[in-house]
Design a protein around this ligand. Structure first.
Ligand SMILES: Nc1nc2c(ncn2[C@@H]2O[C@H](COP(=O)(O)OP(=O)(O)OP(=O)(O)O)[C@@H](O)[C@H]2O)c(=O)[nH]1
Ligand SMILES: [Mg+2]
Length: 328
């Protein structure tokens, strides 16, 4: 090891190397990490050891349930959609999840802080969307279950760091995902066997764009990225553009809000039914109640695709913000 470590770190390293059980390895590695002085010369060593620590913790979690599927990476979907927040270490994934949701994953300038996924709920007006903070995407240690979690999700937020090299980070991330047959919707056209791929909508985030002083740098990035990504400069620290981020997620999910109205009463505009864009009155009825779906004869619709209170049939397509009165 070319770095001169103080004696207590060398002793801690010895204990770590001698450790045999996974629990002992984790605890001795934590002590070893804490004894290494923090400066530029030890950055790489600390990053490598943090990565190892994350890996050991993830493995220990899997081992705890012998014979059963590891549930660390199984996050029950909640709300209108499940969105994974992914990217390399230290770009601010956890900080964004803290800023946007009710969850509180650890945020730290030490690389490889997050080692298990954490869900939280993000409100986009009256729609709740689940964001899932994830461990870093890292070529040197790819957790297959992280790839499965990404495949199951409805949308990916690809997070990069304006202070690092966002273009390289994006390219590496896309390459790694594609090696696991996950393709952002934008890049779909470049692939020959689309049926063997998981194609996901994605929004590209350039985080740490804390104020307008960073705008020039962000615009240079935009010029250098050839694809037309849905992308945003955001800041978890100053909350810059976080509202635009909420709506970018909403738009890319391809969902609409539809409200239910009981005959003779005002509609309840606080709780929408969330449907896929292109859904019909019949799809809406199925969401409200099975009996409505089976017995529906007609419906009245208020909104952009109909004149006020127009009588429509089951196949009438619905639009964002429509109000529907179902008749059986
Ligand atoms: N200036 C600035 N710093 C930020 C911002 N977001 C996060 N940071 C800092 O960047 C560092 C890393 O943040 P995290 O949220 O832990 O990063 P992460 O992507 O979750 O990292 P891993 O868990 O290792 O994958 C911390 O020191 C944060 O305070 C931001 O918008 N602006
Ligand atoms: Mg994190």
């Amino acid at each position: 090891m070319p770095i001169n470590l103080p004696p207590e770190a060398l002793a801690a390293e010895k204990r770590y190397r001698a450790a045999s059980s996974p629990a002992e390895k984790i605890s001795t590695l934590e002590v070893f990490l804490a004894t290494i002085p923090k400066h530029k010369g030890t950055d790489k060593l600390r990053a490598d050891l943090r990565r190892k620590l994350s890996q050991l913790k993830a493995e220990a979690q899997t081992r705890k349930r012998p014979g059963k599927r590891d549930i660390t990476y199984v996050i029950d979907p909640e709300g209108a959609a499940q969105v994974v927040v992914i990217g390399p270490t230290n770009v601010g994934k956890s900080a964004l999840v803290v800023a946007l949701t009710n969850a509180a994953p650890e945020v730290s300038d030490t690389p490889y802080t997050t080692w298990k996924p954490t869900p939280g709920m993000m409100a986009v007006e009256n729609v709740q969307i689940q964001l899932v903070d994830t461990p870093p995407l890292d070529r040197e240690y790819v957790e297959p279950q992280l790839m499965d979690l990404i495949r199951r999700s409805d949308l990916m937020l690809l997070v990069t760091d304006l202070e690092a090299d966002p273009i390289q980070q994006l390219e590496e991330m896309v390459a790694l995902l594609e090696e696991h047959r996950i393709v952002p919707q934008r890049c779909q056209a470049q692939h020959e066997e689309p049926d063997r791929l998981t194609v996901k909508p994605a929004v590209l985030l350039v985080n740490k764009a804390d104020d307008t002083e960073t705008d020039d740098l962000y615009h240079i990035c935009c010029d250098l990225i050839d694809d037309e990504w849905p992308m945003l400069a955001v800041s978890a620290a100053t909350h810059r553009n976080l509202d635009r981020l909420r709506w970018a997620v909403y738009d890319q999910l391809g969902i609409i809000r539809v409200y239910s109205k009981v005959p003779g009463k005002d509609p309840d505009l606080t709780v929408p039914f969330v449907l896929k864009t292109g859904s019909t009155v019949a799809d809406f009825a199925a969401k409200v109640h099975r009996d409505f779906y089976l017995q529906l004869r007609t419906a009245r619709v208020w909104g952009s695709g109909a004149f006020e209170g127009q009588m429509v049939g089951r196949d009438h397509p619905l639009h964002e913000g429509d109000i529907v009165e179902l008749r059986i």
